[in-house]
Ligand binder design. Sequence first.
Ligand SMILES: *[C@@H]1O[C@H](CO)[C@@H](O)[C@H](O)[C@H]1NC(C)=O
Ligand SMILES: *[C@@H]1O[C@H](CO)[C@@H](O)[C@H](O)[C@H]1NC(C)=O
Ligand SMILES: *[C@@H]1O[C@H](CO)[C@@H](O)[C@H](O)[C@H]1NC(C)=O
Ligand SMILES: *[C@@H]1O[C@H](CO)[C@@H](O)[C@H](O)[C@H]1NC(C)=O
Ligand SMILES: *[C@@H]1O[C@H](CO)[C@@H](O)[C@H](O)[C@H]1NC(C)=O
Length: 500
Amino acid sequence: MLQLLLLLLTSNLGLAATSRPGVVLILADDLGYGDPGCFGHPSSQTPNLDWLAAEGRRFSDFYSAASVCSPSRAALLTGRYPSRSGIYPGVFYPASKGGLPLNETTIAELLKQQGYQTAMVGKWHLGYGLNGSYLPIHQGFDKFLGIPYSHDQGPCQNLTCFPPDTKCFGECDQGVVLLPVFKNDKIIQQPVHFTKLTPMYDNFARHFILKAAKKQKPFFLYYASHHTHYPQFASTDFAGKSKRGPLGDALMEFDASVGVILNALRKAGVENNTLVFFTSDNGPELRRQIRGGNAGLLRCGKGTTYDGGMREPAIAYWPGRITPGVTHELASTLDILPTVASISGAKLPQVKLDGYDMSDILFNNGKSKRETMFYYPVARSKELGVFAVRYGKYKAHYYTEGSILSDTSPDESCHWTAPVMRHIPPLLFDLEADPSENYILSCYELPTFASIIEQIQNETVKFESGMEFGESQMERGLDPELEPCIKPGCEPRPQCCQQT
Ligand SMILES: *[C@@H]1O[C@H](CO)[C@@H](O)[C@H](O)[C@H]1NC(C)=O
Ligand SMILES: *[C@@H]1O[C@H](CO)[C@@H](O)[C@H](O)[C@H]1NC(C)=O
Ligand SMILES: *[C@@H]1O[C@H](CO)[C@@H](O)[C@H](O)[C@H]1NC(C)=O
Ligand SMILES: *[C@@H]1O[C@H](CO)[C@@H](O)[C@H](O)[C@H]1NC(C)=O
Ligand SMILES: *[C@@H]1O[C@H](CO)[C@@H](O)[C@H](O)[C@H]1NC(C)=O
């Protein structure tokens, strides 16, 4: 009896807030499936990602839920297809009135209920809105340091991207305010100093981890890097240092941030009690050519529903809990919220979730609970519905379409000139035998063809009958007055919105 009591007591202690695992989510921007060294790139220098891959679980079949930033990030943080939260069509702009609805439950909100300290650093891109009402601090993050949208969404022709004074390549978006850097809801820089940005982020991340560990508090860090999105930039230690030009330098700086985080976890003594998860938001922006990322052997890139647009490099790392290896199980950014809920003991939000707990894949080298992945286009609509479906090893395309974001790549079906095309029957590929989606399977070569198509059709009907599109946040429109300005009320906007 006494023994039982002791057992109960200690197991209760085991669940105390201090022992709850840390969670670090590292997101790269527009980094392709073929970009990290550990995913086969011959000249990228990514020693820290390679370490994570060697010591953790590398995913070969991991998907984001959208092929562009805002919807992909919404899905990552909510575990729901972005159609539900209304993050379509396209992405948010500095003047967007909309944002990720505040009644959506993010991973940060989930973990805060479990006593976690939460922080986000880097690129948000889930809305700014009236007086910053959609900033991360209103979505469960205690602290935020970063830019609330993409770092090409402000004029960049006069900004230095590489030291000592190499200006950014191209002009980025014109006619909007210069890029702001926020600390919580206050602008601390406008315009951003690109060459000092990552060291500032890394310091913030390091301090956040060390402080939380010192207080014996569980913590959640969401490190959403701007790398390797256009325009590429880097600080002194990385400028001109890679074998891959500006993109390689940016990737090297990103990789070094991974190292900074790992070192902080070690120094704080919490490395063995922390899940580190790395992935990317969507495929590479192929139209940037030599300055864009690489989808490896996958077809097309950003903006498309070919695998190059949505299949991502991903690694989970937790020494002592996750045994090193590669998993070929199907998984998605949608699955991170349920997995984090499971390891932290948090209750799942009472909404329709699209994710599955990945614990079996991570900790038991087991099977995925996920059987399907649905691919929506950038301009998703209830009318057209899903463009493609992954079901086991098969993928069926009901529609295909190119994208400006994947323009100029060798395959013309990736380009913006490739219009929306409906396929009856759907184009069927075997992604295990043919990950590049090169060879369409037909009823003549595959005796089970009709049955596979029917199963996929059944899954799609079931999925779509449960899919409710939220009101489009993008269609709420733009109001230039909402753009963040370090000198509120100044004239003439947007030029006056800068530090003097
Ligand atoms: C959030 O509120 C909107 C508007 O009332 C509603 O349509 C939507 O279903 C709510 N979403 C969630 C996740 O509760
Ligand atoms: C904007 O937000 C700040 C900080 O949250 C607050 O102090 C201020 O009153 C708000 N201004 C308006 C116009 O709502
Ligand atoms: C860039 O610098 C030029 C030359 O000083 C100036 O005329 C122009 O207004 C600047 N553009 C922006 C967007 O700051
Ligand atoms: C962390 O876990 C690894 C692998 O189980 C082990 O080798 C190492 O000693 C542990 N480190 C600490 C500080 O407990
Ligand atoms: C598809 O659904 C129909 C209707 O529910 C059912 O009769 C059929 O057996 C299903 N087909 C497959 C291959 O599962």
